[in-house]
Ligand binder design. Structure first.
Ligand code: HEM
Length: 142
C-alpha cells in the first residue's frame, strides 16, 4: 500500500477516535478524584495535629498530584454537551481544577508554616469547590 492510500485511512481513523472518545478519560478522572477524596479525608482527620505534619504534607502532595491529573481528564458529562458548547465546557472545567490546585497550594503553605487554623479553613474552601464543581460538571442523573 503506498502512502496515497494510507494517509486518508489514518486520517479517518484519527477522526473516528476523536468522535467516539470525548469521554475517553472518564475512568481515569474518576480514579484521580477517588485518590483526591482519600487524601482529603486523611488531611481532614489529622490537620489539627502538629505531630502529624510530615504525614499531612505527604497527603497534601498526593491530593495535588491527583488534582493536576484530574485536569487532564474529560468529565463524562462532556458527552452530553452539544458540540458547539463543548470547548467552553472543557475550558470551564480546566479553570475550576486550576483554582482547586491553587487552593491546595495554599493549604500546603499553611500546613508547612504551622498555621493550622488557616489550613482547616482552606480545607473547608476545598470542600466547597468540590460541591460547586460537582454540581457543574457531573450529570444530574448520576
Ligand atoms: C474544582 C473542583 C472539582 C471538580 C471540577 C470536580 C469534578 C468531578 C467530576 C467531573 C467527576 C465525575 C467523573 C467523571 O465525569 O468521569 C468527579 C468525581 C468525583 N469527585 Fe470531584 N471534582 C472537584 C473536586 C473534588 C474534591 C475536592 C473531591 C474530594 C475532596 C472530589 C471527589 C470526587 C469523587 C470521590 C468522585 C467520584 C465519584 C463521585 O463521588 O461522584 N472532587 N469530580
Amino acid at each position: 500500500m503506498n502512502t496515497n492510500v494510507l494517509l486518508p485511512v489514518v486520517a479517518a481513523a484519527v477522526l473516528l477516535a476523536g468522535a467516539v472518545c470525548p469521554g475517553a478519560h472518564a475512568a481515569d478522572l474518576e480514579r484521580e478524584m477517588e485518590i483526591l477524596n482519600k487524601a482529603y479525608k486523611t488531611i481532614k482527620k489529622q490537620v489539627g495535629d502538629p505531630a502529624q505534619k510530615a504525614s499531612t504534607l505527604e497527603a497534601v502532595g498526593r491530593m495535588k498530584k491527583a488534582a493536576i491529573a484530574s485536569g487532564e481528564g474529560v468529565p463524562e458529562m462532556a458527552r452530553e454537551i452539544p458540540e458547539a458548547g463543548r470547548a467552553k465546557f472543557l475550558e470551564d472545567y480546566k479553570a475550576a481544577i486550576a483554582e482547586l490546585v491553587g487552593q491546595i497550594d495554599k493549604l500546603e503553605t499553611a500546613v508547612s508554616e504551622g498555621r493550622l487554623d488557616d489550613a482547616a479553613k482552606e480545607l473547608d474552601a476545598i470542600n466547597e469547590s468540590k460541591r460547586t464543581g460537582h454540581s457543574e460538571f457531573i450529570k444530574k442523573d448520576d
